[in-house]
Design a protein around this ligand. Structure first.
Ligand code: SF4
Length: 485
């Protein structure tokens, strides 16, 4: 688990180094992602025209994000008209306080929760436990991570890094069950515990995949049916959703639901797709008596205020960019130390949690562009990483690096000086081993994982000149021989 005992940048380096050296863990992640890739390729191919679908999705999200005020208010008025309650939370504290206060006022004892990355974002479980409320995660992957005391590894596949035997050992240790290698049996163990949790809970908490302005409803997609039980059984329900999840019309889901399933898990459609429009209405047999939706800002409006990077709010959290990212595959999800891992996490976290502390994430990219290519809503992710790098450099220039580039520019503009300097470059290669790794080594952080580049003894310019001279020599001796004949 990432404890962030160190400043984020150092912790990231430590965790990334550790995971990159853990061959078993990387193999487990690779295997999980290989299964995902083949399923996604197969399902993606059944879209008549994936490119047009992507453009349409991007246009809808552009419309929604650029008119958030209008669409969110439309949602609020329709949702509250059916008896639902909407709370606008500007930050994590407001959202946590609202839920804790509600739970206290309603004498809640036990809470069941379905997957909500917004809950992770505001550290909700920890806050509820500190206040004495029992909280059980009902998504299988999240439940496993909760038992393990770890944050989710991936925001779609929370325990993708764990092998079956590790899960069996965990259940054996925490629940006292017999060890088993059968995925069905492992699922049944969790199911037995979780069924009890739904029945005991007075409050259910969920996230939400989409907010539909037109109908005043939220949409939740899931594969286990746990979110349905989390919403349907307890008498109070709270859905904690980021404000960017809004879409204008119900018909938009005809595109987004299959798209999310394809990009996220390689399915045609996710197992359960439910719409919730408020508390139980007269004549209805189930559903909560109270339904609260918390619209979470938590610095999303800071990102909205940036016209260059605003489209990062188009993200539908499918996780596809993580699945194709070579960095994620090697360092894993926990190394990021953030709620949202991978390429999109590296783009948005500096906006959500501060550029100075989180700029290093934008450096952890090969800029291969695989994330941008796979993103179903067409976010230009790798260029946003470059924007973050640029902004970080402008905000707090690295003095040493600035000096280096200034010296480079100075030399490049003075050919004679450049030639002279390149004559001395091999000296650097010869001297570097003497200081390598010591505090006197000016490039030690760079060379700790790379070889120091060796400058050739003869520069390209020298070699070219010699080559030309040799060519001329051959030509003139040919002419002389021809003249003699
Ligand atoms: S940025 Fe795109 S690919 Fe990544 S999680 Fe969001 S929608 Fe999916």
């Amino acid at each position: 688990m990432t404890t962030l005992a160190e400043p984020p940048r150092h912790q990231f380096q430590l965790d990334a180094n550790r995971t990159a050296a853990d061959g078993d863990r990387r193999a487990a992640v690779r295997k999980a992602l290989h299964n995902y890739s083949s399923a996604r390729d197969k399902t993606g191919a059944t879209f008549n025209d994936w490119k047009s679908a992507r453009n349409a999705a991007s246009a809808i999200k552009h419309e929604a994000v650029n008119h958030l005020d209008r669409y969110l208010e439309e949602f609020e008025s329709k949702f509250t008209a059916r008896g639902g309650k909407v709370f606008w939370a500007s930050d994590s504290k407001q959202a946590r306080d609202y839920i804790i206060d509600l739970a206290k006022r309603k004498s809640v004892r036990a809470i069941v929760k379905s997957k909500a990355m917004t809950g992770e974002e505001i550290h909700l479980n920890q806050a509820l436990l500190e206040e004495g409320f029992g909280v059980v995660e009902s998504d299988l992957g999240e439940y496993i991570q909760q038992l393990k005391g770890e944050a989710p590894y991936h925001f779609v596949f929370p325990c993708m890094h764990l092998r079956r035997d590790e899960i069996s050992d965990l259940f054996h240790k925490e629940l006292g069950t017999a060890k088993t290698d059968s995925p069905e049996e492992l699922t049944m163990i969790a199911r037995r515990v979780l069924r009890r949790a739904y029945i005991d809970a007075d409050m259910g908490i969920s996230g939400g995949n989409f907010i539909v302005a037109e109908t005043g409803m939220i949409s939740i997609t899931e594969n286990e049916g746990n979110a349905r039980l989390t919403v349907g059984l307890p008498k109070i329900h709270v859905a904690l959703i980021g404000i960017e999840k809004v879409v204008p019309r119900l018909a938009d889901l005809a595109l987004f639901l299959p798209m999310l399933a394809t990009a996220g898990t390689g399915q045609h459609m996710t197992g359960y797709n439910s719409m919730y429009g408020g508390p139980r209405q007269p004549g209805e047999l189930d559903g909560p008596e109270e339904f609260h939706v918390i619209l979470l800002d938590n610095h999303r409006t800071r990102l909205l205020a940036d016209p260059e990077q605003r489209d990062a709010l188009h993200c539908i959290r499918c996780g596809a960019c993580l699945n194709v990212c070579p960095i994620f595959k090697n360092i894993g999800g926990h190394a990021y130390g953030t709620t949202y891992q991978g390429p999109i996490g590296s783009v948005i976290t500096p906006h959500f949690r501060g550029l100075e502390d989180w700029k290093h994430l934008s450096g952890a990219s090969s800029l291969c562009g695989a994330c941008t290519e796979t993103c179903p809503v067409g976010i230009d992710i790798h260029h946003h990483l470059l924007h973050n790098r640029r902004n970080a450099a402008a905000q707090k220039p690295a003095k040493g690096e600035q000096l280096l580039w200034k010296a480079f520019a100075f030399l490049m503009q003075r050919p004679a000086l450049y030639r002279l300097a390149s004559r001395f470059a091999p000296l650097g290669s010869l001297l570097h081993p003497l200081v390598s790794g010591s505090p006197l080594d000016p490039v030690r952080s760079w060379t700790s994982t790379r070889e120091f580049p060796h400058a050739p003894m003869r520069s390209f310019r020298d070699q070219f000149r010699e080559h030309q001279a040799a060519k001329k020599g051959v030509a003139s001796s040919g002419t002389q021989q021809g003249a003699k004949r």
